[in-house]
Design a binder for this molecule. Structure first.
Ligand code: C5P
Length: 240
């Protein structure tokens, strides 16, 4: 169960991030480093979290021309990440180049290739915005599933997806395709700005392989106690 929980290190400082890693590294499966922490501290923060005993999901959502994304993927591999991601909307050529570059670089370094995930449609985007602002005419759930299939065809290991999208992705992409689900809230936690929240147990019961959780643990007065409670609830693994 613990391997399935990824803690989002959305904090202001390196000290705060490393303090959370020290408190939680034996409990959590991995730690997610996003744009906030990476933009401030760079690749060094990945190395420091690794050195403190935490695996890293580098959530930088690369989206650029294939060559640029491939070179960024190589750099991500060099930092020793366990998992990283790219935007599926970059297209098949970009996705494929990212996979090939990561595998090639890992081979050169003699390390396992990190897991590579695609981001489909950001959960902050509404269906109306998707149609009006990006010109996508497909319904949002169809768009998500189509992009997940594209990721699968390009050789990615999986996608990041909200809870409600998990079953249709699972049906379309099969059992060995990873689904990482953020936006989960234990029954005792406040939703913050997350809209369509489900519990960790629900997310896992719907078929998510990993769940990402931040503030209910990282902003708790006692993050370790909050994490323990979370694992207990997620371990029930049933819809409630
Ligand atoms: O604090 P909270 O549990 O809401 O943190 C969720 C984390 O997952 C944040 O780092 C957020 O950026 C990320 N995320 C998300 N929804 C997505 C993709 C990533 O909440 N669709």
């Amino acid at each position: 169960m613990r391997e399935k929980i990824i803690i989002a290190l959305d904090v202001e400082s390196e000290e705060a991030a490393l303090s959370l890693v020290a408190q939680l590294h034996d409990l959590a499966g991995a730690f997610k480093i996003g744009l906030q922490l990476y933009s401030r501290y760079g690749p060094a923060i990945v190395c420091k979290v690794n050195a403190a005993g935490g695996k890293v999901f580098l959530d930088l959502k690369f989206h650029d021309i294939p060559n640029t994304v491939a070179r960024a993927a190589e750099a991500a591999v060099e930092t020793g990440v366990w998992m990283f991601n790219v935007h599926a909307a970059g297209g098949k050529k970009m996705l494929r180049e990212a996979v090939l570059a990561a595998v090639r670089q890992a081979g050169k370094l003699g390390v396992p290739a990190p897991l590579l995930l695609g981001v489909t449609v950001l959960t902050s985007m509404s269906e109306a915005e998707l149609h009006k602002e990006t010109g996508v005419s497909r319904a949002l759930p169809e768009q998500v599933t189509a992009l997940a299939v594209l990721c699968r065809e390009a050789g990615l290991d999986g996608v990041v997806a909200a809870g409600p999208e998990v079953p249709s992705i699972r049906r379309a992409c099969g059992l060995d395709f990873l689904i990482v689900t953020p936006g989960v809230r234990p029954a005792w936690a406040v939703p913050n700005d997350q809209q369509r929240v489900i519990t960790p147990g629900e997310a896992l019961a719907l078929g998510a392989d990993y769940i990402v959780i931040g503030r209910p643990v990282t902003a708790a007065p006692d993050p370790r106690a909050a994490a323990e409670l979370l694992f207990k609830e997620a371990g029930k693994g049933k819809l409630c």
